[in-house]
Design a protein around this ligand. Structure first.
Ligand SMILES: C[S@@+](CC[C@H](N)C(=O)[O-])C[C@H]1O[C@@H](n2cnc3c(N)ncnc32)[C@H](O)[C@@H]1O
Length: 283
């Protein structure tokens, strides 16, 4: 395996875009999605891998460079779209999720893209304890997932992520709804992030509404780590977003905001309605 370069210049991936190669598995995927009440042609179902090829791929390339042979864990893989992208780039992927239905569909998704041998999918009902040895992974991806972890589970989950990451390894957190934002990004509700969950149950008499996750405990959990976005002053972050097609006006705004938040230890990408950050574990 090539060394993992946490902030090396991004290289264009030699890998071709993932393509559906197994028609029989594709038919099974579509049938299974239908049985689950999902539209197989939806961009977040059948089109999900294409979305992440234009998204997560650029994060992986900007922060990790060449991942050929790297051991990569996707925490909260859903239908394994990002895992399929990482496997296409050459990583040896382990993908976990608490939802057995998502894992079942992910299995068919990997099979139709022809990467089933490079993605080890596991349904884990409780991710506070991960069935992996210490220092198992070079890279851990947490894409749009930490806000779904029950708040009282989060400290244990973050401790496990720390345990299973190799010294010198990377944690890439991205697309994570922030509880500091006035508008909750998934539901579009204003101010819901600012009132306690207990109000939902006791005052409104309903199931707790979706909230973002507070980034501060996550920053604390990785305080021994190097924040790559602070270290390289947002270069990798901007490179990834440029490759994703973000406008230069938005990038300028993000850079300007980051110059204000940097003295407080907040890197670029921490201030929005969803946040992102990449850390490197001490070697
Ligand atoms: C929006 S999806 C993740 C998307 C995916 N990571 C990607 O790259 O597009 C959120 C996933 O997190 C999973 N999830 C929720 N709580 C979890 C937990 N405690 N541990 C692991 N996965 C969890 C859900 O089942 C769901 O599949």
């Amino acid at each position: 395996m090539q060394p993992i370069h946490s902030y090396s210049p991004a290289r264009r991936s030699a890998a071709n875009a993932p393509a559906v190669v197994d028609k029989a598995m594709d038919a099974q995927f579509r049938a299974q999605a239908g049985q689950m009440g999902l539209d197989p042609d939806d961009r977040w179902v059948g089109g999900y891998v294409g979305v992440e090829w234009q998204g997560v791929r650029h994060l992986i390339e900007a922060y990790a460079g060449n991942v050929d042979g790297a051991a990569l864990l996707e925490f909260g893989c859903n239908y394994a779209a990002s895992s399929i992208v990482a496997a296409t780039l050459g990583a040896s992927v382990t993908a976990i999720d608490v939802d057995p239905g998502a894992i079942a569909l992910a299995r068919l998704n990997c099979a139709r893209y022809g990467v089933a041998d490079r993605v080890d999918l596991r349904h884990l009902p409780d991710t506070r304890r991960l069935p992996f040895a210490d220092a198992s992974f070079d890279i851990i991806l947490c894409i749009s997932v930490l806000e779904y972890v029950a708040p009282d589970h989060l400290p244990a989950v973050l401790a496990e992520i720390d345990r299973v990451l190799k010294p010198g390894g990377l944690i890439i957190v991205s697309g994570t709804a922030s509880r500091l934002a006035p508008r909750e990004v998934h539901s579009g509700r204003w101010l819901v992030n600012y009132w306690p969950r207990a109000i939902d149950r006791w005052l409104l008499r309903r199931e707790p509404m979706q909230r973002g996750v507070n980034p501060l405990p996550i920053l604390r959990a990785f305080r021994r780590y190097t924040n790559v976005d602070l270290e390289d002053r947002g270069q990798s972050w901007c490179r990834a977003r440029t490759a994703m097609g973000q406008s230069s006006a938005k990038l300028r705004l993000a850079r300007a905001l980051a110059s204000l938040t940097r003295p407080f230890g907040l890197s670029i990408g921490m201030a929005g309605s969803s946040f992102s950050a990449t850390w490197r574990k001490p070697a």
